[in-house]
Design a protein. Sequence first.
Lengths: 138, 338
Amino acid sequence: MTRAIRVLIIDDEIEFAGLLGAILDEEGYQTTLAHDGLEGLDLALKSHPNLVIVDAAMPGMDGYELCRRLRADPQTSELPVLMLTGRTFDSELNEAREAGADACLTKPCEPPELLSTLEQLMRVPREPVHADPAPSTG
Amino acid sequence: MTPFGHPTPTDPARLEMSPHAEDGQVHVQRDPRETDRQLREQAREIAELRRSVRDANEIKSDFLAVVNHELRTPLSALLGYLFLIQRRLGQRRNAEGALETTPVVGPSGATIDDVRELLEKGRLAGARLVRLLDELAAMEWIHRQDLPLDLERLSMDRLVAGVCDEVRLLAPDRRVRLDFHCPDGEDDGDGLEIVGDPEKLRRLLEHLVGNAVKYTPDGGCVRVEMQAAQSGDGSVHVTVRDGGVGIPARDLERIFEPFYTGTTARHHSSGKTKFMGVGLGLGLPVSRGIARAHGGELWAESAGFDPERLPGARFHLLLPPCPPERPSADDGQWRATR
């Protein structure tokens, strides 16, 4: 069954990107792969994905910068972005959020968790993007 | 006296006997310039020590972060491949729609089901590695005091009951009774609701209850109790009592120190059940860190260590109705796992 949901996977680790693609293909997603930030940005505009999965740490344009650029472009400002990170510290997770990612998973994310996050992102309408963190109510 | 409240340790050769030692006691007089010089020297040494401790701490943190990252990447790939292979095997069905059981390896006669079982074992081993890495990472968070919490209103009695059910499922071969008792439970309305991070608290409780079952010999009993705390401020008090060998008084605090696996842990409980491995020694420190990040506390009590009488141990978890506010409060819209 093809769900025809197009997912763009951007990761400089070619093997990992390919594997992720194979897992998602198996689930009926349509995947496109990019191996650096610039290529990813280009494909995000041209291939009209429904969702982007991006690795946080990449040489050149990293995942955070890519995410900020997607948010800045009206064509992609509402595009759901799932960021993957090998880092696990709060400050780095916050950076992903501030860059505009809708969700962030720490590698290794077990495939069932990744799939359920994808489904959730496709179901839930995007929250409006805040340039600044919401003021504390405390 | 030095600023530290102790007499400065001084080379006896530099001391002078007081000429006025009339009361028979030896009075010590120091050259003030010498003392001053020594103080400055000591202050410099302390500053240097402080710096090197801070450096060592930073190196340790960097090391953990790098190792964590480098291990996670290949582990991701490994788990991904296993998932994919399992998935593809799972989809292989015969004409009648039943799962295939034809031999896949000639000489050994292994079937697809055999391979599936091996893959599942591989996946479980990988998942265990992920949990170890998670614990290492959580330890770093706790050290930096920025353990991220995804807060929501949750029913503690439901959470604890769920954890007890899970632990029972995970240890079906253990003949340990696991009772959950909650007198102020759901019948009394929302008295046991708190604001907390359900995943982190589940992890804490799984560790406490799982540990209790692990340390209780077959035929023994684990009792989990929960009630509104006596303070009456909406706090919740959970106790987990095991039927194991107990904890010696000197270890009651040390078991919460990172990497301390105890001297008695290897005894397991009564020797009736074999117990392999004691883990990294991070389960309790991480659990306490989670409790404290919620503004709560986790501690242990035991009548002592006795492999014959099995006095057991009791772990107390106290959680306030709402964690204290932190500067990096989450807006709750954003999901961050682990």
